[in-house]
Design a protein around this ligand. Structure first.
Ligand code: GLU
Length: 438
């Protein structure tokens, strides 16, 4: 079998968008499923729109996502150059050939147009949508090379895909109508076209096509990276935008996606960019990490927001208290600040619990014990044990009673860890307030 070779062909016109990342990812997964090559080609012929640093940022972010690039302008390879502007002489040769054999003609201003054949049907078996057909009557003679000598996308893409021996092309559905133009060039030059798969659009929560102008939705991979989304979670989430795995499970790792991604199971309906799902997937990945790894990720967010880190043990405590609740690592700042500033208010359920369990002695003793005690989780733990032994209470009346009296919450992470994050004076004040119930 011919070696599978796919490419992701971004124009360096901006940052890596969710939609671009999905194109890259689907091509990558397909190539790796079949032990093929994943290539990056930079389509920079729209010179006015090229953005400084666009290429580097795209490549860096793809690698951040966990995509391994086999060939690119940076990684090299045997099929270069990998930037279209460095291939202008190649396009010229083929343009000349098309002019010579009558498939193209030159205009007065020097631009070259492709001459669309009459009464032709162009059909291809799309890997996502099945058979698609177009009539040549619906396509006008189109510009192949602009008057400045720069080829247009539909021409350059064919030459490059052919010379780079690309076997499969997964790209956005906006390119469906470009495909017949490309097939014409393949035919005119006697080249074998690759197989095409046009992925469905990505829509927002209002079912409108996700557009870069949609400012309500964060759409650039760099922004997610900055908020503390994990690359593995982004990879997982994006791979499910328009493709479904053959198992019920949706949390899958890099290698499992590759194992399942055989070019079937594409979803034909538009795929919704569901922010809640992304948060959910990301929180799953955060939960699965050990405390030390999450602490390391949390640290820069604290520093950036001027949150004082007492010491390493404190950072670990903070992490163990909040890790379960984080949707993205940067959320730590908000969670921690809310935790510190949370107003202390006992509602009816809490009050009833304390009254009916006769918790007054418990609250008073805890207050006495902690007054001159070192304020660290293990000492707090010890104080709770002392209370249990002295007053002969245990279980819910002890643990929930103390939790209510100190945090005005019924449930939450390990109490000693959580309390140690608050200033002791705050906890003493809360205990005093609670004692006013009696
Ligand atoms: N440069 C084109 C784009 O960014 C590539 C389309 C294709 O994959 O053929 O949309």
């Amino acid at each position: 079998m011919q070696k599978v070779r796919v490419r992701y062909a971004p124009s360096p016109t901006g940052l890596l968008h969710i939609g671009n990342a999905r194109s890259a990812l689907f091509n990558y997964l397909y190539a790796k499923h079949y032990h093929g090559d994943f290539i990056i080609r930079i389509e920079d012929t729209d010179i006015k729109r090229n953005v400084e640093g666009g290429e580097k940022s795209q490549l860096d972010l793809l690698e951040w996502l966990g995509i391994k690039i086999d060939e690119s302008p940076i990684h090299g390879g045997n099929y270069g150059p990998y930037r279209q502007l460095e291939r202008l002489d190649i396009y010229q040769q083929y343009a000349k050939q098309l002019l010579e054999n009558g498939h193209a003609y030159q205009e007065d201003n020097g631009a070259i147009r492709f001459k669309v054949p009459k009464h032709q049907t162009y059909t291809f078996d799309d890997l996502v949508r099945g058979i698609l057909s177009f009539q040549s009557e619906d396509v006008e003679d189109w510009i192949m090379v602009k008057e400045n000598g720069i080829p247009t996308y539909n021409f350059a893409v064919v030459i490059d895909d052919h010379l780079m021996e690309i076997t499969h092309v997964f790209r956005g559905e906006e390119h469906i109508t470009n495909t017949p133009k490309q097939l014409m060039v393949y035919e005119a030059l006697g080249f074998e076209p690759p197989k095409f798969g046009h992925m469905t659009i990505i829509v927002n929560e209002n079912k409108k096509k996700l557009s870069k102008r949609d400012h309500d939705v964060v759409q650039f991979i760099s922004e997610y990276k900055e908020m503390g989304y994990l690359p593995e979670a982004m990879f997982n989430f994006i791979a499910l935008l328009g493709w479904s795995p053959p198992v019920e499970q949706e949390i899958l790792n890099h290698d499992t996606f590759i194992e399942y991604f055989d070019g079937t199971r594409f979803v034909k309906a538009p795929s919704m960019f569901d922010r809640e799902k992304l948060k959910f997937v990301n929180s799953k990945y955060i939960k699965a990490l050990d405390v030390e790894s999450v602490s390391k990720m949390i640290e820069p967010f604290l520093i950036k927001n001027d949150i004082h880190i007492e010491n390493h043990a404190w950072l670990q405590q903070l992490t163990s208290v909040f890790q379960e609740r984080l949707h993205y690592v940067g959320e730590i700042v908000e969670l921690y600040q809310n935790f510190l500033n949370h107003p202390f208010h006992l509602d009816e359920e809490m009050t009833n619990f304390l009254i009916s369990n006769e918790s007054k002695a418990l609250v008073a003793l805890f207050k006495d014990l902690i007054k001159d005690m070192k304020w660290e989780p293990e000492y707090i733990q010890q104080a709770m044990k002392t209370i249990s032994e002295t007053l002969g209470i245990k279980g819910k009346p002890l643990f929930m009673g103390l939790r209510i009296a100190t945090t005005a919450e019924l449930h939450g992470p390990s109490l000693p860890n959580m309390l140690a994050l608050l200033p002791k004076t705050t906890v003493l004040k809360r205990l005093e307030d609670t004692l006013k119930l009696w």
